[in-house]
Design a protein around this ligand. Structure first.
Ligand SMILES: [Zn+2]
Length: 95
């Protein structure tokens, strides 16, 4: 089992010198006539030629969310939001 670090990279397929780094970008896709934007979408971006490879699992996850059979309703799909960081409130309680 390999434990991978956060700053992993691999050689670019497009150019001989580039390295693909994981970055979080805003992903745009069309759902019927509606433009969907997905912030913080994982993508592998070459630092030389700028080639983008989207994470396969993220694409699979996205297509599952956008699958019209997944939830047939008139409401928009709601994106799961990362939990907000809890702030330490060191204020003394008033009253
Ligand atoms: Zn490249």
């Amino acid at each position: 089992m390999n434990e991978t670090a956060n700053n992993q990279a691999y050689a670019c397929k497009e150019c001989p010198a580039g390295m693909m780094h994981l970055q979080y970008i805003t992903y745009f896709t069309w759902l019927s006539d509606e433009l969907i934007t997905v912030p913080n979408f994982p993508a592998w971006v070459c630092d030389v030629c700028g080639r983008r490879d989207y994470d396969e699992r993220a694409i699979a996850w996205l297509s599952m969310l956008l699958n019209p059979d997944a939830g047939k309703s008139t409401t928009r799909a709601r994106w799961p939001r990362p939990p907000l960081e809890k702030r330490d409130s060191t204020r003394p309680s008033l009253g």
